[in-house]
Ligand binder design. Structure first.
Ligand code: HEC
Length: 151
C-alpha cells in the first residue's frame, strides 16, 4: 500500500514536471528545479539554526541569504565567534563544502555545532540551492512547485 502511494507520488511529480517541460527553455528550468529540490530538502539540516530569506532574523546561526561569495562573518547584526571573524575566508563553494563537512577543522574555535549527515551529492545540491537564493525567481517557483507536489 505504502509502496503504491510512493509510486503514485512519483508519477504525479513526473507529470507535474513533464507538463512544465513542454518548451526546451522550460525543460532547462525544470532540471534546475529538480536539482534545487534536493537542495531544499538538504537545507532541513540547517534550518533549525539558519534563516535564508532576505531580511529574515538571525536564529542561533546567522541568516544565510546570498551567502555564496560573501565574506565570512559579514552578516549585519550577528555576533560571530572571534575565530570566524579573524578567518579572512570568503564563502566560495569549496570553502562551504569544507565548512559543512567539518567547520571546526576549517576554522578552529568557531561556534557552529553541526555534525554533518549529508552525502557529497546532497551538499552540492544544497550549495546550488543557497546560490539559487540569489535568483529569488527560482526559489519562488520552487516553493510553489513544492506546494503542488506536497498538496
Ligand atoms: C546547531 C546550529 C547550527 C546548524 C544545525 C547549522 N549551523 Fe551554520 N552556523 C551556526 C552558528 C552558531 C554559526 C556561527 C559560527 C561562528 O560564529 O563561529 C554558523 C555559521 C555558518 C556559516 C557562516 C556564515 C557567515 O555569515 O559567515 C555558514 C556558511 C553556515 N553556518 C552554514 C550552515 C549550513 C549550510 C548548515 C547545514 C548543512 C548549517 N550551517 C547548520 C549554527 C548552525
Amino acid at each position: 500500500m505504502r509502496r503504491r502511494l510512493l509510486i503514485a507520488g512519483a508519477v504525479l511529480l513526473l507529470l507535474t514536471l513533464a507538463t512544465r517541460a513542454t518548451a526546451s527553455e522550460d525543460r532547462a528550468k525544470a532540471t534546475a528545479e529538480v536539482a534545487a529540490l534536493g537542495g531544499a530538502r538538504a537545507f532541513a539540516a540547517c534550518a533549525a539554526c539558519h534563516s535564508l530569506g532576505a531580511g529574515e532574523p538571525h536564529k542561533v546561526g546567522p541568516n544565510l541569504h546570498a551567502v555564496v561569495g560573501r565574506e565570512a562573518a559579514s552578516a549585519e547584526g550577528y555576533s560571530y565567534s572571534p575565530a570566524l571573524q579573524a578567518s579572512g575566508l570568503t564563502w566560495t563553494r569549496a570553502n562551504l563544502v569544507a565548512w559543512i563537512a567539518d567547520s571546526e577543522a576549517l576554522v578552529p574555535g568557531s561556534w557552529m555545532l553541526y555534525h554533518n549527515i549529508l552525502t557529497g551529492a546532497e551538499v552540492m545540491s544544497l550549495i546550488d540551492y543557497l546560490q539559487g537564493d540569489l535568483q529569488g525567481d527560482l526559489q519562488g517557483d520552487l516553493e510553489s512547485d513544492l506546494g503542488k507536489v506536497e498538496d
